[in-house]
Design a protein around this ligand. Sequence first.
Ligand SMILES: Nc1ncnc2c1ncn2[C@@H]1O[C@H](COP(=O)(O)OP(=O)(O)OP(=O)(O)O)[C@@H](O)[C@H]1O
Ligand SMILES: [Mg+2]
Length: 225
Amino acid sequence: MSNVITLENISKIYSTKEIETIALSNVNLEVKKGEFVSVMGPSGCGKSTMLNVMGLLDAPTDGNVLIDNLATKGMRDKALSRLRNEKIGFVFQSFHLINDLPVIDNVELPLLYRKGVWSRERRKLAKEALEKVGLSARTKHYPNQLSGGQRQRVAIARAIIGQPEIILADEPTGNLDSKMGAEIMEILHRLNKEEGATIVMVTHDERLAQQTDRIIRLFDGARVN
Ligand SMILES: Nc1ncnc2c1ncn2[C@@H]1O[C@H](COP(=O)(O)OP(=O)(O)OP(=O)(O)O)[C@@H](O)[C@H]1O
Ligand SMILES: [Mg+2]
């Protein structure tokens, strides 16, 4: 099976005036097409940093990130944004929705940056994405009129509207009670099984991690398995 995500000797050092923090140190990883991988480790060990680097949101200090075997080192910002927008959907612990926009407009956002997708098409795709997460009845609501689990489902609809190959989720159930968390996991498993999405999910919950194909463990910025 081909690699969808490859990390080659990734290091990430945050430098401030006072101190240098080695957030990632020589991390290698291969994620195959259709895999559902979880990332675990103590607070501060570099999980979010790794996710942001593999999602091309943050550049590594050293090493190379390959997406579909395409090396991204040295790529210009514009090309990186484009690759990210086409191939990767993000889900965050705190949802990151825009409260001034109704649900449907939040979901459409990633397509605003795509050429050649007209507004009628955007609406249609947003409705389909909301259907997939079971939120068809909430399109005109605003995020603060929804429960946490519903907000996270909106965020997932936004992540999948552009049909990305890759979904990166940073503690997607971290702000939810166990029942809502289970609903979110069900949706992620369905996207993985039925739509073939490759998923990397950071979690603190060992039980949720056990439901995935493989667990990557980080400690002090390095892989321990
Ligand atoms: N922008 C930044 N500037 C400086 N240091 C940072 C920055 N972002 C993260 N760090 C540091 O890098 C290390 C890894 O942080 P990261 O957020 O990746 O950890 P994490 O494993 O996601 O932790 P948590 O489980 O608490 O979310 C930490 O020591 C953190 O303080
Ligand atoms: Mg984190």
